[in-house]
Write a protein that binds this ligand. Structure first.
Ligand code: FES
Length: 578
C-alpha cells in the first residue's frame, strides 16, 4: 500500500492523537515509544486495536496471546500498526454467579476502550460464550471497521474410546452418577479427557454457536467458527483477519454496513441449520439493539420455523466441532441453506455472503446433512406465548422430546435454584415424569444475570425408571451444551412480576409447541388474588455493578441489555486528556 493509494493517511481518528506536532502529540507518541515502536508507525497508517479477552481464569481464551501475534503479523503485512489491549474476560466455567451477569459489563469495557483510544479499526478476539456477544455489542455501539476472530474450539473429548463433548457429558455423567450407573472416581477422571487442548467448548454450545453467528452475520472470515483452536489454519485465519482489518479501515467498511437486518436474518436461519444454542436468541437481540436493527422474538420464530437442522453435533447429535471443520465447516452449511439466505448481505471480506459459500464443499454427510435429507426436520427456535409468558418463552424443538411437544401436566414449583437443589433428591417429593418442573427467580433481575440453570436435572426416582426428559419451564437460560424439553427465558421473569411468579405446585400447565402456546390453567380471578398477595422483588444489591445491573436490565425478550446501553454513540472526537 502506497500513500497514493491511501488518500486518508494521516487523516483518520488515530491522527487526532498521534498526528499532532504539539505537546499533546508528544505525550501520546512518546509514552507509546517506551515499548520500542519506531517513529514511522505513527505516520498516519491505519491503527488496528486488538481487543484481547485473554485470561488464565478463562481457559477457553487462555491461548489468545498466540492468536494476537498472528493478527499482528497480518496487520503489519498490510501496512497497519497493531496495538493490543485487554478486555474483561468473563469466563463461563469460572465466574460466579454467572458469566452472563458480566456480559454487559464487558460490552461497556470494550466500548469505552475503543472510543477512548487511538484506533481506526478493531479486531475482536473472542471465544468463551459471553465474550463474543459482549465484544460485538460494545464494538457495535462504536461502529468502527471491525472484524471478529474466534479462538476456536478444543479438540474432541475422548473418554474410554468414546467421543465426549464439553458440557453435554457433564450433564450425562452427573445424571449417571445420580442414577448409580457411574462411580465418582470415573466421573472425576473424565475431567481431563473432556478438555484436552486449548480452545472453547467443542459441542454446539453457546461458544460454537456464537462463533457461527459471528461468521453468518458476516463479521468474521469464512471458517472462523470451526477451525480447531490448535490447528495451524486458525493462525492463518488470524493473520488474514489482520490484513483484512487494515483494508476495512482503508475502505471505511464500518460495522453497521455489515450488521444489517439481512445479516441478522441470515444468522437466525443459520442457527436453525446448525441446531445452535438458545443463548443466541438473547445475544443477537442485544447486538441488534446496539446497532439499531429492529429484531424481535417473532423474527426468530418466523425465520427459524422451517429451517432444517443439518448438523449432527452434540448436544443433539453425535459429533463435535473438530468433525464439523473436517466436514466442511460453516460455509458448507450455508451453501446448503442458500435458499433461505439473503445472498447479497455484505461480509467483512468485502464480498456478499453467497460469494463466500456458494462453492463450499461438504466432505462428510454423516456430519453435515443435505437439506433434502436433513439431520432433523427443524432446528429453529419456537417462541411460546400465553398467560404464563405474555412476552414470550423459547424452546429448541431439535433438542427436545417429540412426545412432549404437546403435553399438559401438574406443576412442581421451585421458588429458586437453591430450593430446587434442596428438594430434588428427596424421595418424598411428589413428582413423576408427567409433571412439569417450574423454576422461578432465575431471570435477568432475579438471579441476577439469568443463569444457565433452566435445564434442571430430573429427580432420581424418575431417572431410575430410565426416563431422561421432562418438561421444565423457567425464566432462566440453559447451557448451549444441554438438551431436553426445556422452556426458557419466560418473560417477564418472576422477579419482574411476570405471571411465572404466580404459579403454584399443583396447577395444571398446558404446553403446545406446534400452536406456540403455553397456558396456565388457572382462572383470571384466582391469578388476580395471587397477584394481590405477591410481594414485589427488592434489589438485594446496595452498590456496585450488580446494583446497576438489577436496576436497569431489560427482560430477555429484549436481549437483557442494560436499558441505557441500547443504541450507539459512535466515535465522536473527544477532549484531550491533559
Ligand atoms: Fe468457555 Fe464453554 S466454558 S466456551
Amino acid at each position: 500500500m502506497t500513500d497514493r493509494q491511501d488518500p486518508m493517511k494521516g487523516k483518520r481518528r488515530s491522527s487526532q492523537w498521534w498526528g499532532k506536532a504539539d505537546k499533546d502529540g508528544f505525550a501520546h507518541r512518546s509514552w507509546m515509544k517506551n515499548q520500542g515502536f519506531p517513529a514511522h508507525l505513527f505516520d498516519g497508517r491505519p491503527v488496528i486495536g486488538i481487543a484481547n479477552t485473554f485470561s488464565e481464569f478463562n481457559p477457553c481464551n487462555a491461548h489468545f496471546g498466540k492468536i494476537a501475534e498472528h493478527v499482528k503479523r497480518g496487520v503489519y503485512e498490510a501496512g497497519g500498526f497493531p496495538v493490543e489491549f485487554p478486555v474483561f474476560s468473563n469466563s463461563e466455567s469460572q465466574l460466579r454467579p454467572t458469566a452472563m451477569l458480566y456480559r454487559n459489563l464487558a460490552s461497556m469495557d470494550v466500548e469505552e476502550a475503543i472510543r477512548g483510544l487511538p484506533m481506526d479499526g478493531v479486531v475482536l478476539l473472542v471465544g468463551c460464550d459471553k465474550t463474543t456477544p459482549a465484544l460485538l455489542m460494545g464494538a457495535a455501539s462504536c461502529d468502527l471497521p471491525t472484524i471478529c476472530v474466534s479462538g476456536g474450539p478444543m479438540l474432541n473429548g475422548h473418554y474410554k474410546n468414546e467421543k465426549i463433548g464439553s458440557g453435554t457429558h457433564i450433564w450425562k455423567f452427573s445424571e449417571a452418577v445420580r442414577a448409580g450407573e457411574m462411580t465418582i472416581e470415573d466421573f472425576m477422571s473424565a475431567e481431563a479427557d473432556n478438555s484436552r487442548s486449548a480452545g472453547h467448548c467443542m459441542t454446539m454450545g453457546t461458544a460454537s454457536t456464537m462463533a457461527s453467528m459471528a461468521e453468518s452475520l458476516g463479521m468474521a472470515l469464512p471458517h472462523n467458527a470451526a477451525i480447531p483452536a490448535v490447528d495451524s489454519r486458525r493462525y492463518v485465519l488470524a493473520h488474514m483477519s489482520g490484513i483484512r482489518a487494515v483494508e476495512m479501515v482503508i475502505e471505511n467498511l464500518r460495522l453497521s454496513k455489515v450488521l444489517t437486518k439481512q445479516a441478522f436474518e441470515n444468522a437466525i436461519v443459520t442457527n436453525g441449520a446448525i441446531g445452535g444454542s438458545t443463548n443466541a436468541v438473547v445475544h443477537l437481540l442485544a447486538i441488534a439493539g446496539r446497532v439499531g436493527v429492529d429484531l424481535s422474538l417473532d423474527d426468530w420464530d418466523r425465520l427459524g420455523k422451517d429451517v432444517p437442522c443439518l448438523l449432527n453435533l452434540m448436544p443433539s447429535g453425535e459429533h463435535l466441532m473438530e468433525d464439523f471443520f473436517y466436514a466442511g465447516g460453516l460455509p458448507a452449511i450455508m451453501r446448503e441453506i442458500g435458499d433461505y439466505l439473503h445472498k447479497d448481505a455484505l461480509t467483512v471480506n468485502g464480498k456478499p455472503v453467497w460469494e463466500n459459500v456458494k462453492d463450499a464443499p461438504c466432505w462428510n454427510r454423516e456430519v453435515i446433512f443435505p437439506t433434502d435429507k436433513p439431520f432433523k426436520p427443524n432446528g429453529g427456535i419456537a417462541v411460546l406465548r400465553g398467560n404464563l409468558a405474555p412476552g414470550g418463552a423459547i424452546v429448541k424443538p431439535s433438542a427436545a422430546s417429540p412426545e412432549l411437544m404437546t403435553h399438559t401436566g401438574r406443576a412442581v414449583v421451585f421458588e429458586s435454584i437453591e430450593d430446587y437443589k434442596a428438594r430434588i433428591d428427596d424421595e418424598a417429593l411428589d413428582i413423576d415424569e408427567t409433571c412439569i418442573m417450574v423454576l422461578k427467580n432465575c431471570g435477568p433481575k432475579g438471579y441476577p444475570g439469568m443463569a444457565e440453570v433452566g435445564n434442571m436435572g430430573l429427580p432420581p426416582k424418575v431417572l431410575r425408571k430410565g426416563i431422561t426428559d421432562m418438561i421444565r419451564i423457567s425464566d432462566a437460560r440453559m447451557s448451549g451444551t444441554a438438551y431436553g424439553t426445556v422452556i426458557l427465558h419466560s418473560a417477564p421473569e418472576a422477579a419482574a412480576g411476570g405471571p411465572l411468579a404466580l404459579v403454584r405446585t399443583g396447577d395444571m400447565i398446558e404446553v403446545d409447541v406446534p400452536s406456540r402456546r403455553m397456558h396456565l390453567q388457572v382462572s383470571d380471578d384466582e391469578l388476580a388474588r395471587r397477584r394481590a398477595a405477591w410481594k414485589p422483588f427488592q434489589n438485594p444489591h446496595e452498590r456496585g455493578y450488580s446494583k446497576l445491573y438489577v436496576d436497569t436490565v431489560n427482560q430477555a425478550d429484549r436481549g437483557a441489555d442494560l436499558d441505557f446501553l441500547v443504541g450507539k454513540s459512535g466515535t465522536p472526537e473527544l477532549r484531550e486528556s491533559h
